[in-house]
Design a protein around this ligand. Sequence first.
Ligand code: TYD
Length: 212
Amino acid sequence: MNRGLFITVEGTDGCGKTTQIRNIIDHLTSMGCKVVVTREPGGTRISECIRSIILDPAYTEMHSKTELLLYSAARAQLVEQVIKPAIANRETVICDRYVDSFYAYQGYGRGLDMDMLRQITSIAVGDMMPDITFFFDLDPETGLKRRRNAANGDRIENEQLDFHHRVYRGYKQLAKENPGRIKTIDASRSVEEVWADVRKQLDAVLGFVREI
Ligand code: TYD
């Protein structure tokens, strides 16, 4: 394979992505892969500045169009500065959230036009799509309960439960539409059970990649 693998991790807030990302990193590193870990929104100096604006709970007046453009601007910078060069350098990139978050949150959550989102995404990322996406499937009530026990919510987490339900349904729809790329993982189970499942899927992709 003359380029690196691009892995993204998705799910509603509090679905347990962080723990599993650590497991994925350890697993890939132990296999000798060079791993680049990044996140959205963020991952570059500019994108992290944009992130702090997007997530600041003080900006209650932010218009959904502003939000959409800020996420896209942060993503464009990350793709050009981090993801593209790493993939070209045969490194494996793990990105905590990517375009599926955009479709789930801004599309299904905010109700913005999907065609418009696709056009903006094509400007922001070109054809840089993940090889595999893990969707950690956890109902929003459980996720938000976990999260809110830990800390005060950011601007997105503070949205009404309704919003998070739309996002969740959006993810399920995206998974249905992209069964080859998006692997749905039942995240209501123990950390160990979830990891066993992720690892199985990951090894299958790695095996496939080694063969080509
Ligand atoms: P973050 O704290 O990174 O959430 P988590 O730890 O749950 O991944 O905050 C990112 C928030 O931004 C999260 O609520 C999802 C949201 N988001 C969008 O609405 N659109 C997007 O395109 C992306 C990448 C994230």
